[in-house]
Design a protein around this ligand. Structure first.
Ligand SMILES: Nc1ncnc2c1ncn2[C@@H]1O[C@H](COP(=O)(O)OP(=O)(O)OP(=O)(O)O)[C@@H](O)[C@H]1O
Length: 257
């Protein structure tokens, strides 16, 4: 049976969040339709990870509401895929590529059950999609940063998500692999909403459909409207937009040039 999804993948209304009285997010509002490819940009400490944790249901706002496909995030965890920033793990930890990808089935299988034949087939497809099936028996600690990231993408895909969140997707990936990554994300975007969170402006690829700049509060823009002012506002200093293949890129001047 086909699952009917709320057309709004993300709905954030009037959200405030503080850690121990220290305000991190102020009056954040965001509406994202299913099928979007959104980049949330902001400098270090601007609240990106906090906002991501709110959307993943790990944190709850003190004020306001966060809905994913019309529901509280913890009620739709089986529709959410998440690729963390830091895929570095203890290099000697004896866990294979296939074991890591199988973890993506935990939410579907239930933690007490063994993996089914179907789980293993789904994981095979996910690893094939990221071209890592041939590495399935390899310890995860013996892979390069880019390969490890692909395995963590496969882990997220194994859950068959409707929305995929990626934290700093380009941090472990060199320039050539970035293009490959975005080509792959573009293909995934045909069937799922994608949200990438980054302080790195190079995530502004031609594949992104909208951009939200976060610095305590959020400024949302359809991608074609991106301007230098918007970036300056978000970063509180002139920044050079290094927009990788971005169709409307604006190259700003640094003051000290
Ligand atoms: N668990 C916590 N307890 C207290 N303060 C926190 C906690 N987590 C984050 N903060 C503070 O909240 C602010 C926002 O942090 P957050 O990690 O959301 O920012 P970020 O934009 O993801 O930063 P970065 O790009 O450096 O990862 C920072 O000032 C940070 O020091």
């Amino acid at each position: 049976m086909e699952v009917k999804l709320n057309p709004l993948a993300i709905e954030i209304e009037d959200v405030f969040f503080s850690y121990d009285g220290h305000l991190v997010l102020r009056d954040v509002n965001l509406k994202i339709e299913h099928g979007e490819f959104l980049a949330i940009l902001g400098p270090n400490g601007s609240g990106k990870t906090t906002l991501l944790k709110l959307m993943l249901g790990i944190l709850k706002p003190q004020r306001g509401t966060v809905r994913i496909f019309g529901k509280e995030p913890h009620k739709v965890v089986d529709r959410i895929g998440y690729v963390p920033q830091d895929t570095n793990i203890n290099k000697d930890f004896p866990i294979t590529v296939q074991d890591v990808a199988l973890m993506g089935r935990l939410g579907q299988t239930g933690r007490s059950r063994r993996y089914s034949h179907e789980d293993i087939l789904i994981v095979q497809q996910a690893l094939e999609r990221v071209k890592m099936w041939e590495y399935r028996g390899r310890p995860i600690g013996k892979l390069s940063g880019g390969q490890r990231q692909r395995v963590f993408i496969a882990r997220a895909l194994a859950a068959n998500p409707s929305i995929l969140f990626m934290d700093e997707p380009t941090s472990n990936v060199d320039k050539a692999l970035q293009t490959e990554l975005y080509e792959f994300l573009k293909e995934l975007n045909r069937s799922m909403t994608i949200v990438v969170v980054s302080h790195d402006l190079s995530v502004l690829s031609s594949y992104i459909k909208s951009v939200a700049c976060l610095n305590q509060t959020l400024y949302f823009h359809a991608a074609a409207e991106i301007t230098q002012e918007m970036m300056d506002m978000a970063y509180h200093c002139p920044v050079e937009l290094i927009a990788h293949g971005f169709p409307h890129r604006v190259l700003g001047e640094h003051k000290d040039k």
